[in-house]
Design a protein around this ligand. Sequence first.
Ligand SMILES: Nc1ncnc2c1ncn2[C@@H]1O[C@H](COP(=O)(O)OP(=O)(O)OP(=O)(O)O)[C@@H](O)[C@H]1O
Ligand SMILES: [Mg+2]
Length: 243
Amino acid sequence: MGLIQIRDFQKSFGTKKVHQGVSFDVRKGECLGLIGGSGTGKSVLLRSMIGLERPDAGEVIFDGIPVHELTERQLIDVRKRMAYAFQGGALFDSMTVFDNLAYPLREHTQMTEIEISKKIKAQLAEFGLQGNEEVYPGNLSGGMQKRVGLARSIILGPEVILYDEPTAGLDPFNTRKIQDMVLRLKSTGVTAVLVTHDMPFAFAVCDRIAMLMNGRIRASGTVDEIEQQDSNLIGKFAQGEMI
Ligand SMILES: Nc1ncnc2c1ncn2[C@@H]1O[C@H](COP(=O)(O)OP(=O)(O)OP(=O)(O)O)[C@@H](O)[C@H]1O
Ligand SMILES: [Mg+2]
């Protein structure tokens, strides 16, 4: 049984039926890659896992909890357990890096300012971002902003991390840094869903990959299975073939 279960997920925007019955599981401790062309509904699925969107029909279950039925108040607990690393980083531009990272700790924990300061120092060091405490996001490079965003999204120690294109637009150095972070977090037993167009990255960090196409999961398998059969849909997608 999956820690996250998506069952017959359906969602339309206007007349456009984006999801026409999407079902898959995310197992505890695994990293599931969710791939598919632009506009196939990957981000909407991630957002639904923390209740930022709701399906028109179907279910989103997290650890037995029907997320799609929860009130905003009930969703607070789910959002503490599941972190969403937003596509753009989503930092507060008017706050320093330190205050960006302190925000979730001040909102959701009883930690003292001294404890918060220690925690942030350690977190920044782990992400190779030490010394940037007093910098404003606008003065950081895009790659560093993404790393700060990731550092902030996991600061409460979530059980699940939802990554939305964490390496999009990054140079090889920053891509490598993010890849190392994802692998390090994985080694701590965290469960992850990774949405990405970066297929080498997906193959390097995921246990299984599922592909969205025409409103449904059209292919899925372990990375080993996919690498062995290059004639399948995911292999073709990875090679940039028309499918
Ligand atoms: N709030 C919204 N209002 C209207 N349409 C929306 C909304 N959110 C998503 N959509 C539409 O739903 C479809 C799926 O969007 P989504 O952002 O999930 O795609 P995606 O697979 O993440 O694409 P990409 O790879 O480009 O990020 C798109 O056609 C998008 O325009
Ligand atoms: Mg997206």
